[in-house]
Ligand binder design. Structure first.
Ligand code: TYD
Length: 208
């Protein structure tokens, strides 16, 4: 049984990544590929409990937050991502390692060496096969998130912090062009879904 593919979605607030992750799962279903949709932090009960703690209140030390995200990821990989991929099913995940690199690394100031070391130990071999970075002007993204009443505590961030997040994701995409595909998140929802499906089709389905 061939191992399943692992696809992640990344981007700033209101970039539309959760919506597009769902579209991709529907597309894959239509191709006869069993796919599990999940998210970080969360995905399994233990990690969902950590999510509630992490997102409720900013801890005094950025290290606390960083390590809790890592702990939640360990549980998610062990309890869901790895077993599902081993079964030959695909996993689509809303946020993963790049969110840690950007939010904890760029915004919260955790040293890049520590981020990289913990990432290696946390993730092991479970790196995404493909990552879509939904890129949108933070003004549009935050307005969208506000309109949906879905402001996470990061939405109180300043314009400069939102720009740092945006640039952080774009820098990762530039550094890892084989893994990352940047998609213009300001386009029409269905058009973006079509673009994403076409990348997956070309890169993963036609090659079997
Ligand atoms: P969520 O409500 O899922 O935000 P969004 O709808 O934008 O995905 O909250 C997740 C928040 O957690 C988000 O603001 C980014 C942050 N985050 C990190 O800081 N580090 C991480 O490793 C992950 C996975 C998320």
């Amino acid at each position: 049984m061939p191992r399943g593919k692992f696809i992640t979605f990344e981007g700033g607030e209101g970039s539309g990544k959760s919506t597009q992750a769902s579209h991709l799962v529907s597309f894959l279903g239509g191709q006869g590929i069993e796919t599990v949709l999940t998210r970080e932090p969360g995905g399994v009960p233990f990690a969902e409990q950590l999510r509630e703690i992490i997102l409720a209140k900013k801890p005094a030390s950025p290290n606390t937050e960083f390590l809790l995200f890592a702990a939640a990821r360990c549980e998610h990989i062990a309890g869901l991502i790895e077993p599902v991929l081993s079964l030959g099913q695909w996993v689509v995940c809303d946020r993963y390692i790049d969110s840690t690199r950007v939010y904890q690394g760029r915004l919260a100031g955790i040293e890049p060496e520590l981020i990289a070391t913990v990432e290696r130990h946390t993730v092991g071999a479970v790196y995404p096969d493909l990552t879509f970075i939904l890129d949108v002007n933070p003004r549009i993204g935050v307005a969208r998130a506000q309109a949906r009443g879905e402001l996470s505590r990061y939405d109180s961030a300043s314009d400069a912090e939102h720009m740092t997040v945006r640039q952080g994701f774009l820098d990762i995409a530039a550094a890892e062009p084989m893994r990352c595909v940047v998609v213009d998140g300001s386009e029409d929802e269905n058009e973006i879904a079509r673009q994403i499906a076409s990348v997956v089709d070309r890169r993963m389905l036609q090659q079997g």
